[in-house]
Design a protein around this ligand. Sequence first.
Ligand SMILES: [Ca+2]
Length: 326
Amino acid sequence: MKLTTDRERGASLLSVLVIVMLMSVAAVAATDALARSVLIAKSSGARAETFWTARGAASAAASYLTKIVKVSEGVLNSESDLFTQPITLPAGNGMVMLQTKEASNCFNLNAISGGAGESEGDDASLQAYEDFLVSVGMDKAEAQSLAEKLADWVDADFSTRTYGAEDGYYASQAEPYRAANAGLRSVSELKAIAGYDAEVRARLDNLVCLRPSREQSVLNINTLTLEQAPLLVALFSTELSVDDAKTLIDSRPTGGWSGVEAFLQQDTINRIAPDARNETALSIASSYLTADIDIGTGDLVTTYRALYRRAESGDVSLVSMVRRDF
Ligand SMILES: [Ca+2]
């Protein structure tokens, strides 16, 4: 009888041990899951904090830029403090560093007609784009072909221009797709357009942009860099050579030209026929600015790039903000 009782006790003890072991495993798993969700909550909290800090910094930068450019009516040159000195602002638990850069000097691809009901295209903007493509080194036939392919990609209709490409072309690719038939959403979209191979895109790199307005960008002659010489060439119907444009930019007086008139007096410009000039697209003021916003959280630095537009009123407003990945 005693033996049976001992056996029963032994069996009960074993059961208890098994239960305790299972509960320990469950407790460890629960603790692990809790620790993980705390970690996830913490990191998503940090991400949200970084994002809101960036938004706050971008708004603070808009007020700061408005204050600076209102005084000078947007007149800025490459030596301006705004472009050479970073600005540090306190934000949240840390600091935010802003570096403002000129963003007026680029060819606005949104000037190429793409809106609904404008399927005929805007000949002037397309011609300006062809001139720009010639100024970056394309021959005329290549420039016309690339311009028409972009125009077909963004225009609302499905009819193919002489050298263009519509659904018929894109549907015949190894991985078929369709033309967007809408304005570009990103410069990287060029990759999907017929003819815009890596070499072509490399030539356009840093010279083309997308701006909310359909107007062509007005260049600030006092912030143009040597690499941006083709933009100047395009404004003079390619009557100005790239080398002359570079020499001109290189000879710019310290602090910049006093005005567009002084620039137009330069020999290489002065001899160009008036109807080959697009003087209205030149200025000594900046219409777009970008700010790189570095936000430090712990060991991690997150960089955002904000685009700002200066209105006629002098107010500077945020157009867009994207996180930059390096
Ligand atoms: Ca189309």
